[in-house]
Design a protein. Structure first.
Ligand SMILES: Cc1cc2nc3c(=O)[nH]c(=O)nc-3n(C[C@H](O)[C@H](O)[C@H](O)COP(=O)(O)O)c2cc1C
Length: 118
């Protein structure tokens, strides 16, 4: 498996892709993506590397500072906090994502979480 991912990273790099978005869904119960795999992509792929999955502000800041990636993508916390950047900057409390509203059709769970000013 490691060899497969290594080959994939090299091939994607050779093809000049602008970025890879590597998703680790272990915070949602999926098997963890080993840190060695993420580091290998970082080493072999010269384009931008985006990491995501279960990030809070502390881990986002530290992974960026350590050069593990160029960008962090955030899913559930952004759904639940339309003003997530403001909250992260100010240290304000976060709305908790409601799993029961994931993947529904319509606005519920997508546009009805309160911002700090509401
Ligand atoms: C309601 C919902 C819808 C999502 N839709 C997509 C999607 O369409 N495509 C995709 O690649 N990932 C999708 N994701 C996954 C997120 O992009 C992200 O990888 C995942 O939520 C893990 O990041 P997080 O821990 O910051 O939430 C979705 C996640 C949620 C909760």
């Amino acid at each position: 498996m490691d060899a497969d991912y290594h080959y994939l990273a090299r091939q994607l790099d050779e093809r000049g892709l602008l970025y890879i978005h590597l998703v680790d869904h272990s915070s949602m119960g999926a098997p963890e993506v080993p840190s060695s795999t993420k580091a290998m992509f970082r080493k072999e792929f010269k384009g931008a590397l985006i990491l995501s999955g279960g990030y809070d502000v502390a881990r986002a800041e530290s992974d960026l500072a350590e050069g593990k990636c160029d960008l962090i993508a955030v899913g559930r916390l952004f759904l639940a906090n339309p003003d997530l950047v403001t909250r992260w900057k100010s240290g304000a409390a976060l709305n908790a994502p409601d799993m029961n509203t994931f993947y529904l059709t319509g606005p519920k769970g997508y546009t009805d979480y309160p911002s700090l000013s509401q």
